[in-house]
Design a protein around this ligand. Structure first.
Ligand code: PAF
Length: 277
């Protein structure tokens, strides 16, 4: 496995490897990331993974400084997963002092995470565009847990005619349904026990919507279930799966998306509203 920390090293590694598939990450790798790496391998090219805790996608009150970091552990997991190249850039490589370009995607960023975390998707779109320019992958793999992020990246790639296929990969869950996330490490024991209520409420709601129950009443019930589990719902919405615009009634392709605060941790989850649950 090649480890590149400078643009010079990356250039040599990229020339050696030919076409690659790519998994961008912020490190603190868990089974969800390793599933992305496996999917990228199975798609038939050597896999490049980036580890970069991107400062521009964190708000001023967010958890950049306490974001979990474990470079040695991450490298061991990637080696084991058969990764060919790890790109570990420094902040001033990604954002040199003279850098003056931000990628701003409109519409699909207007609501949900975009509304709660102003500037977040500018940070994501900008760093992903830079990483695509550096790695030049044929395909890039993103977890569906961050459903809105996947739609933002797809929009950016389409709008900028970037020659990379975006491949969404289904969310990896714990045995009790909790979506895998680096931020789960912040949950206390009691919170960890309460956290699967989010997936449980969404699963029930998908069944209810498919059974023809009114959408507003179903979303209200999800909020009640989350509150009963000690969570403060941020949003719970039925949306068009790609535009992220809210749907008053069920019409495919639809996605049920939610974010809720549990203690200091913001949990995100989403499900397809289809009988393939
Ligand atoms: O999903 C993430 O971990 C990040 O948002 C990404 C795509 C690596 C960009 O920093």
């Amino acid at each position: 496995m090649i480890i590149a920390r400078t643009l010079e090293d990356l250039k040599i590694a990229r020339e050696a490897l030919g076409e690659v598939n790519f998994v961008p990450t912020m490190g603190a790798l868990h089974e969800g990331h390793l599933t992305l790496v496996r999917a990228a391998r199975e798609a038939g090219r050597p896999v490049a993974v980036s580890i970069f805790v991107n400062p521009t996608q964190f708000g001023p009150k967010e958890d950049l400084s306490r974001y979990p970091r474990d470079e040695a552990g991450d490298l061991a997991k990637l080696e084991q997963a058969g990764c060919a190249l790890v790109w570990l850039p420094r902040v001033d490589t990604m954002y040199p002092p003279h850098a003056s370009t931000t990628v701003h995607v409109t519409n699909v960023t207007a609501r949900w995470e975009g509304a709660t975390r102003p500037g977040h998707f500018d940070g994501v779109a900008t760093v992903v565009a830079k990483l695509f320019g550096q790695i030049r992958p044929k395909a890039a793999f993103f977890g569906e847990k961050d459903w809105q992020q996947v739609q933002v990246v797809r929009r950016m790639v389409a709008d900028l005619h970037l020659p990379v296929d975006i491949v969404p990969v289904p969310t990896v869950r714990e045995a009790d349904g909790l979506a895998r996330s680096s931020r789960n490490a912040y949950l206390s024991e009691a919170e960890r026990k309460a956290a699967p209520a989010l997936y449980a409420a969404l699963t029930e709601a998908v069944k209810a919507i498919l059974a023809g129950k009114e959408v507003a009443a179903t979303l209200h019930k999800v909020r009640q279930d989350l509150a009963a589990a000690g969570m403060t719902p941020d949003y719970v919405a039925l949306v068009h799966a790609h535009s992220l615009e809210p749907l008053a009634g069920f019409k495919a392709p639809a996605r049920l998306i939610a974010a809720a605060k549990l203690g200091t941790v913001r949990l995100l989850d989403n499900l397809a509203v289809s009988s393939q649950l």
